[in-house]
Write a protein that binds this ligand. Structure first.
Ligand code: HEM
Length: 356
């Protein structure tokens, strides 16, 4: 993975990325592209002293919108730019030893997959260093009409572990204009959070292809087998093509939409394949903080193969209507004690409501 070796807090201020959210700083000369539809963020629900403070999800939605330069009508607050493809997920025999869920214990099921750039800026160039991690959202379409989602990003370890910290990070960046005295809010925030700095550094360059990134759920889920036995896991989605990232020279030469073009080209030649794993924690590994990575020596169970074969037609309409959510679960998969998942779900719902 390409990593900037001399990244300082000051350069982060020029274009902080987190989870792909573009942090636009007042007066910053690297303002993000805006669409014609970009408008001012709606007033926060707590703008009147008479009203109760906005909920945490609402406050997060408000800062995300602000960081993206306003609402981009019809697009997600985050991971706005993407491509939807489809294929088949074939579970392994081992998968059903962990989960009785239909997609893990039965025959192969169709999947709908959306790859995305971070940020809520729909026309951001794929090469922009502020994009942060790329996303993959996998929908397992279960026979009989049900479905369940796995929503992951291309970094092992999330930028922060709690919704409060996520809000704090955005607020700190938005408060750190060029005229703010040092140490400013984001310098102070990141100064005590080395894992967030690591995340920002390691997501500064794009993968060579959506098909050459590894993706991580970071948040933990609970798999339940047919006898009711429960196992906490985190998902990993590893590319059969191997992990490959662009360096700065290659990034400078790549086109603004190269990730989509590359995927279309690859799929016209043959399937794009990923392996889905469940990583199992050892006793004592934290399950309630997605920023704390479980060591690489932890047991991994291969759950199956995702074989993508087709770019879906009607991209615009499909991307607008598709709603992925990490809490869309089926029998055999449950929430863990990770508080970020329900919080995410609430913020995603606000984003979905805005693109109707
Ligand atoms: C506090 C934490 C987080 C917040 C507030 C947040 C917020 C959002 C929002 C608002 C969206 C747009 C939803 C929509 O309109 O459909 C989104 C999409 C997405 N998020 Fe998060 N997110 C968080 C954490 C994460 C984590 C931990 C991951 C994965 C490890 C992740 C991966 C994604 C992906 C892949 C998408 C795009 C889904 C799609 O293609 O529709 N997010 N996020």
């Amino acid at each position: 993975m390409g990593v900037r070796t001399s990244l300082h807090l000051s350069s982060l201020l020029a274009g902080v990325t987190l989870l792909g959210a573009t942090m636009l700083l007042p007066g910053c000369n690297r303002s993000a592209p805006k669409t014609e539809e970009a408008t001012k963020a709606p007033p926060a629900a707590d703008s009147s002293a008479a009203k109760p403070a906005a909920s945490l999800p609402q406050q997060i939605a408000d800062v995300m919108v602000k960081a993206n330069g306003g609402i981009h009508t019809g697009f997600r607050f985050n991971h706005a730019k993407g491509i939807v493809v489809s294929g088949l997920f074939t579970p392994t025999k081992e998968a059903k030893t962990l989960s009785k869920a239909a997609h893990f214990s039965g025959p192969a099921v169709p999947v709908t997959v959306r790859f995305s750039d971070g940020t809520g800026v729909p026309d951001i160039p794929d090469t922009d260093p502020r994009i942060g991690p790329r996303g993959i959202a996998v929908r397992f379409n279960i026979p009989g009409g049900g479905f369940t989602d796995i929503v992951s990003v291309s970094h092992n370890g999330f930028v922060v572990g709690t919704g409060e910290d996520f809000l704090g990070l955005f607020q700190a960046v938005l408060a750190s204009g060029p005229d703010a005295p040092h140490p400013n809010a984001i310098e102070t925030f990141l100064g005590s959070r080395p894992l967030a700095v690591k995340f920002l550094k390691e997501t500064a360059f794009p993968p060579k292809s959506f098909a050459t990134a590894a993706y991580f759920s970071n948040n933990a889920f609970v798999l339940v087998d047919s006898s009711g036995k429960k196992q906490v896991v985190r998902y990993q989605i590893q590319p059969a093509a191997g992990v490959a990232y662009l360096d700065s020279a290659a990034t400078a030469k790549a086109g603004p939409n190269f990730l989509r073009e590359d995927l279309e080209k690859r799929l016209s030649r043959g399937p794009v394949v990923f392996t889905l794993y469940a990583q199992l924690p050892n006793a004592g590994d934290p399950t309630n903080d997605g920023s704390l990575v479980w060591p690489a020596d932890r047991k991994r169970v291969t759950l199956g193969t995702i074989r993508l074969t087709k770019v879906e037609p009607n991209q615009e309409e499909l991307q607008r209507s598709l709603q992925f959510n990490p809490t869309f679960l089926v029998s055999g998969v449950e929430l863990s004690d990770d508080p970020l998942v329900p919080l995410r779900s609430a913020v995603y719902a606000l984003s979905v409501a805005h693109r109707k």
